[in-house]
Structures are given as structure tokens and as C-alpha cells.
Design a protein around this ligand. Structure first.
Ligand SMILES: [Zn+2]
Length: 187
């Protein structure tokens, strides 16, 4: 993965949206061709959703959905899959596999490896993904940034899972990648 791709993926996790980017990377038309109109609408809405996503455990994610000045927070369990939003609770026929836009967004982002996938412990996932970028930055001579990544890795390694702020790490990671790309946009 190059750093441009990483930047796009981190932006989808931190800020949401990026509909065109997601559409180009995912085969949405194929997926929706066999689904009901309701499900297709939810998938369409998931692509433009302004939301930040935080992995909590190997199956649980928190999603903060931004609308106007309001932030709604929901918990998604990908094992079931289920969501605490009212659309899922009252309108999705989950026995028929219906999913709300929040669940769809998380499924798409795990598919692109923007987030740890279901049943993948987020801590080793994070450590490994940071390592990929650290090695890339080091190989390009951007030592300052690779050292910053290493600092983040040290924090991840020495901190117990509930205390790790994935949200802060994702934002810091994005800033770092942004700065590195400003210095050398061929990575
Ligand atoms: Zn939902």
C-alpha cells in the first residue's frame, strides 16, 4: 500500500464520506444488483456518511455519525451483525440479513483494510499496519516520520487495549502521513 492510499483510508475512518473513492474501490453495482431497494438505499447512504469509526474489540466498533452540529454515537457488533441505531432496531429485518448504513460502512472499510476486520484483534492489526508505513518511510529516507511512527508503535505495544485511544492514533497517523506526503509525494 502506498502512502496516498493510506491517506485516503485514514480519511474515510477519521472523517467519513469519500463516496467517489469508495465507489471506485468497491463493486457497489454488483453488490446492490441482488438486493432490495431499501438495502440499496442504505448502501448508497453508507458511502457518503460523515462518520468516524473506532475499533473497540475484535467484533465491536463505535461509530460517531456527524449531522449538522450533532454527533450520534452507535455501537456495532459485526458478529451478529447489529447496530444500536433506530433504523437497525426498528426497520431492518435482520433475520433476512438486512443491515443499516453504519454496518455497511464498517463492512466496506474492513474490506479495504482501513479498519481491522471481524475477529481480528485491533491491537496487532494496528501495530502491523503502522510497521508497514514505518518501513516504507524509512526506505524513502524520511527518518523523522518513521521515528514518529515508531513512537506510536511503542505506545500501542506498552498500553493495554481498553486504554488505547484508537481515535487519537488514527488522527495522529493521518497528520503524519499528510506531512510526509507534503515533503515527498512519490510514496
Ligand atoms: Zn446503524
Amino acid at each position: 500500500m502506498n502512502l496516498q492510499t493510506r491517506k485516503h483510508l485514514l480519511e474515510t475512518v477519521c472523517y467519513g464520506g469519500k463516496e467517489d473513492y469508495l465507489r471506485n474501490r468497491l463493486n457497489i453495482e454488483f453488490l446492490t444488483s441482488s438486493l432490495s431497494e431499501h438495502q440499496t438505499n442504505r448502501i448508497e447512504n453508507s458511502l457518503s456518511l460523515k462518520s468516524s469509526i473506532i475499533p473497540v474489540s475484535d467484533t465491536i466498533y463505535t461509530i460517531k455519525s456527524h449531522k449538522d452540529d450533532k454527533v450520534d454515537e452507535y455501537t456495532i457488533n459485526l458478529n451478529v451483525p447489529s447496530c444500536t441505531c433506530s433504523d437497525f432496531l426498528y426497520r431492518c429485518d435482520y433475520t433476512d440479513g438486512e443491515k443499516c448504513k453504519h454496518i455497511w460502512r464498517i463492512i466496506f472499510l474492513t474490506k479495504l483494510n482501513a479498519l481491522p476486520s471481524k475477529q481480528e484483534d485491533p491491537k496487532p492489526w494496528l501495530f502491523y499496519e503502522l510497521e508497514r508505513d514505518r518501513m516504507l518511510l524509512e526506505s524513502k529516507g524520511l527518518r523523522e516520520y518513521s521515528e514518529d511512527i515508531q513512537e506510536t508503535q511503542d505506545y500501542v505495544r506498552t498500553t493495554a487495549l481498553p486504554e488505547i485511544s484508537f481515535e487519537r492514533i488514527f488522527f495522529r497517523w493521518l497528520t503524519l502521513i499528510d506531512d510526509a506526503l507534503a515533503e515527498n509525494n512519490n510514496i
